[in-house]
Design a protein around this ligand. Structure first.
Ligand SMILES: NC(=O)C1=CN([C@@H]2O[C@H](COP(=O)(O)OP(=O)(O)OC[C@H]3O[C@@H](n4cnc5c(N)ncnc54)[C@H](OP(=O)(O)O)[C@@H]3O)[C@@H](O)[C@H]2O)C=CC1
Ligand SMILES: O=C(O)[C@@H]1CCC=N1
Length: 265
């Protein structure tokens, strides 16, 4: 089993970020990565690093051991169907497309190929993705290979396909939610006296530290919150005011709205 040549079909925000992560981590050599897109001008930076950039999906798929599909949900079926003749029985397919089931992809690419769905996030560009993976038709070796790919560019976890939509909301959309939380901290920080650059640094590093406390310590957030909330102190006053304003509730409702959008289309 040799999976060296990777074709990323759809080099947009996520496809390009995956190529960057594969390069940066050393998982792939630039010459082994091909990225496709109709307007290739936006991929000049990858091209300068030696990645093959093309609009020729058929050639990219034919030359690949692994075809990683990063197209939009609304045109993925049509595009894969157009190029279905380019797939062969030795390939492995990975789709990062939201809401498109393995059975649908399998029916298009044929050959009984191992088909994976992966849900990374844009932090894959800096090897810090959280990636949820599920699969069909794959051997344990193939599962290990795909898992190790995503572990190289962050942290990977294997889940059941029925949880992929939830993984999309929590892990992939979650990047935007976390960044909006950081932005709100910056806005508050400016109001209490910091310039934007300093507020940005303090907010981002503080949130990174909070996340690391959970990841390294394996703890529940409330255990760490208890260590910060001095009785009669300023933290609990701030927290309670945030909750009076619906902080946790608004986040949970946002997560549910996002999930409903995937389910209902
Ligand atoms: N962005 C994110 O954070 C995440 C996205 N996803 C999923 O990943 C997928 C991609 O999302 P995202 O990268 O944000 O979307 P983008 O729109 O940025 O990327 C899709 C790319 O596909 C290209 N494309 C369109 N038609 C073709 C074609 N015929 N051949 C080759 N390329 C084509 C487009 O470029 P052009 O028009 O130049 O061809 C575009 O750059 C989606 O399914 C999304 O749900 C999953 C997790 C996170
Ligand atoms: O917003 C979206 O639909 C995509 C899926 C996950 C992140 N971005």
């Amino acid at each position: 089993m040799s999976y060296q040549k990777i074709a990323i079909i759809g080099g947009g925000n996520l496809g390009a970020a995956i190529a960057q992560g594969l390069l940066k981590s050393g998982f792939s050599q630039a010459a082994d990565i091909t990225v496709t897109k109709r307007n290739t001008t936006t991929l000049a930076a990858l091209q300068r690093q030696g990645v093959q950039i093309t609009s020729d999906n058929a050639a990219a798929i034919q030359g690949a051991d692994v075809v990683l599909v990063a197209l939009k949900p609304y045109n993925v079926r049509e595009i894969l169907t157009e190029f279905k003749a380019a797939f062969n029985s030795r390939q492995l397919i990975i789709s990062v497309v939201t809401g498109v089931f393995i059975d649908e992809l399998e029916a298009i690419v044929g050959h009984g190929l191992p088909v994976f769905r992966a849900m990374p996030n844009t932090a894959i560009a800096i090897e810090e993705s959280m990636t949820c993976i599920c699969q069909k038709n794959a051997s344990p070796e193939q599962v290990n290979w795909v898992t190790s790919l995503f572990n190289t560019v962050g942290v990977a976890v294997n889940i059941e396909e029925k949880l992929m939509d939830a993984a999309t909301v929590l892990g992939a959309c979650g990047i935007a939610y976390a960044l909006r939380f950081i932005r709100a901290n910056i806005q508050g920080g400016i109001e209490i006296g910091f310039d934007v650059r300093t507020a940005n640094l303090i907010a981002a590093q503080t949130i990174k530290g909070a996340a690391e406390l959970l990841i390294r310590g394996g703890r529940h957030p409330e255990e760490e919150i208890d260590k910060v909330t001095t009785p009669k102190g300023c933290t609990i006053v701030g927290l309670n005011e945030m909750e009076h304003q619906g902080f946790s509730s608004s986040l949970i409702k946002g997560i549910m709205a996002s999930y409903d959008k995937i389910i209902t289309g």
